[in-house]
Design a protein around this ligand. Sequence first.
Ligand code: SF4
Length: 95
Amino acid sequence: MKLAPIAERLAGNRFILDEEEPHIEVNQEVAARTGTADRIILVCPAHVYSKAPDGTVQVEYAACLECGTCFEVADPGALSWHYPRGTYGVQFREG
Ligand code: SF4
């Protein structure tokens, strides 16, 4: 069975955004100093992280797949990550 491209497969998911409480926050100073910034940009399958022209990490947390990979590769204090509250976050497509 041939799978569709990853971007096409991810497009079937739904995201319910919690605008009052982001579930990801980057400590810019620690992330830059420890190399966490480059690692989380590299490993995130949903491209939640990107680097701004000033070198800071931008976070599009609405697209998070809640896989936890970024939290695993982050140095202590560089990243605050938890599951979204209640009914917020990703809803994976069925089928
Ligand atoms: S939990 Fe997974 S999808 Fe969400 S930001 Fe981290 S690496 Fe990306």
